[in-house]
Design a binder for this molecule. Structure first.
Ligand SMILES: Cc1cc2nc3c(=O)[nH]c(=O)nc-3n(C[C@H](O)[C@H](O)[C@H](O)COP(=O)(O)OP(=O)(O)OC[C@H]3O[C@@H](n4cnc5c(N)ncnc54)[C@H](O)[C@@H]3O)c2cc1C
Length: 468
């Protein structure tokens, strides 16, 4: 219950991305007693990375997701929040998430084989590599909870070739990271869970498929992924519309200091705000600065979480200008290929409608292979991408429209041991101070919503209010 009376306890949330807005939502809807909630967002617009650009042109309207586009439903939080917000009719199955996926190998796009016949005939792996992958069920299972890198896990279970040619590039593309350093326990704990529970990945995949079928027979069916008809930002717009909390946008929080039993949050170009509890839903590199005056030790620990540059460019072509010899939904580009871009997805080859007929929309991800690209002016980024598209796919045509989005030093990296570091951070945070979001316990939208909800509950506990 949200209140405006000055004597009610106040929770301040810093950061208006999906994590901060979810925290605000759960404080508003789950608090059993009146509280005040203030959310501070540096930019004029709420949403953080979850924004959708509606490109209106003389040829029609294009829906362009800048950052996230589709979310797993295995973790239920994104679906559940969408339903709470009344967005059921907006949810669609993006489809095509795994079909027609390619990996660039020696400069040539090679299809990732997803069926047994495709696997046997695939030119992506050698016979030795295929036999090693097929031996996966025979590899003894590791059942402890110690962390390891994505690379260590994949090469241990499926072999070095599968790591280099198939799984590594896909994981590196999804997490914009180096599989040699990235923690499996943060990025993809499900793979270790499958190993622990079923003894391996093949058995685990079968076991989970069986469990999903059983669940589908007993309850409503959810596709494996969900997206929104009107683009990801519809969720942020619904939150903005339904939140009754005080919003301060266009003003950055600067620092947090003690004030009696609570805290003062000072802002740039705005009066400071008193808080009984503070939820920092900002990337860890920002959070570290915000906490520097309050607690040097915890600020330094949070500062150990590294962030990389990331960006996306959506290029829209006349379909008649493109001719590829095969249908392609996605191309992953491993770092060993030494390209300036990291992945390409064909938005128009997915069943969801993102624009008028007659156009191909390509979403290009960058920032990993060449971090400097994400800091360049828009026209230089597009020129660089066009050169890459020409080299890799032979696309010489100029896009008829484009939209570019960059987030320098804003994509968190979870190195091996990340969960231990986050445990340590949480233990050392001053009472009433909470951290949440993609830098800590998972990067996907459902992870961010879960962390927003969990910190909302913890903040209420501190001010001795029940969470419903
Ligand atoms: C290109 C890309 C594609 C992705 N695709 C997917 C996908 O398909 N599916 C999926 O599940 N996830 C995806 N992700 C991951 C997901 O989008 C992010 O992890 C998630 O949006 C992060 O949300 P957040 O609220 O934690 O942080 P952010 O969205 O970064 O929000 C943090 C907010 O804090 C604000 N802020 C920072 N400093 C201050 C300050 N001092 N004072 C006030 N405000 C401040 C920022 O302005 C920002 O709005 C993708 C991410 C990217 C970049």
């Amino acid at each position: 219950m949200i209140d405006t009376a000055n004597n009610s306890p106040q929770v301040v949330i810093i950061g208006g991305g999906i994590t901060g807005l979810s925290a605000a939502w759960y404080l508003q809807t789950r608090s059993t007693t009146n509280i005040r909630v203030t959310l501070i967002e540096a930019s004029e617009k709420l949403g953080g990375k979850m924004i959708t650009h509606k490109l209106i042109t003389d040829r029609g309207k294009f829906i362009i997701d800048a950052g996230p586009e589709s979310f797993v439903t295995r973790k239920p939080e994104a679906w559940d929040l969408a339903v709470e917000l009344g967005l059921e009719n907006e949810i669609i199955n993006p489809g095509g998430e795994t079909r027609n996926m390619y990996v660039l190998d020696g400069g040539e796009p090679k299809k990732i084989p997803l069926s047994p016949p495709a696997f046997i005939t695939s030119n992506l792996l050698t016979l030795k590599g295929k036999l090693r992958m097929m031996a996966e069920p025979l590899i003894p299972a590791r059942r402890d909870d110690e962390d390891e890198s994505l690379a260590s896990f994949v090469s241990r279970r499926l072999g070095q070739e599968a790591l280099e040619k198939m799984i590594g590039p896909v994981l590196a593309g999804i997490y914009n990271t180096n599989p040699e350093t990235q923690s499996i326990m943060t990025t993809s704990p499900i793979m270790r869970e499958m190993e622990k529970e079923y003894g391996g990945l093949f058995r685990g995949a079968l076991g989970r498929m069986h469990a999903r079928r059983k669940q589908a027979q007993n309850g409503p069916h959810r596709p494996q992924f969900m997206t929104y008809k009107s683009g990801a930002q519809v969720m942020m717009d619904a939150l903005r519309e339904q939140l009754r909390v005080k919003l301060i946008t266009g003003s950055s929080a600067e620092k947090i200091i003690h004030d009696g039993n609570g805290y003062q949050v000072s802002l740039i170009d705005h009066d400071s705000v008193y808080a009984d509890a503070v939820i920092l839903a900002t990337p860890a590199n920002q959070t570290s600065k915000l906490l520097a005056d309050l607690d040097r030790e915890v600020s330094a620990l949070i500062g150990q979480i590294d962030h990389q540059n990331i960006g996306t460019a959506t290029l829209i072509f006349n379909s008649s200008d493109l001719s590829l010899p095969y249908e392609i939904n996605g191309l992953m580009i491993p770092r060993r290929e030494k390209r300036r871009i990291d992945a390409i997805t064909w938005t128009t080859n997915k069943p969801m409608v993102r624009g008028p007929e007659g156009f191909d929309m390509l979403r290009v991800f960058f920032g990993g292979g060449d971090p400097s690209l994400a800091t360049m002016p828009e026209d230089e980024i597009v020129s660089a991408i066009r050169l890459e598209l020409k080299d890799i796919l032979g696309i010489e045509a100029a896009p008829v429209f484009f939209a570019v989005f960059c987030w320098p030093e804003s994509f968190p990296q979870a190195y091996v041991g990340h969960q231990t570091l986050v445990d340590q951070i949480e233990q050392k945070l001053p009472p009433g101070i909470f951290v949440a979001g993609s830098s800590y316990r998972g990067i996907g939208i459902p992870d961010c919503i879960r962390q927003g909800r969990d910190t909302a509950r913890q903040a209420l506990e501190v001010i001795k209010i029940n969470f419903n």
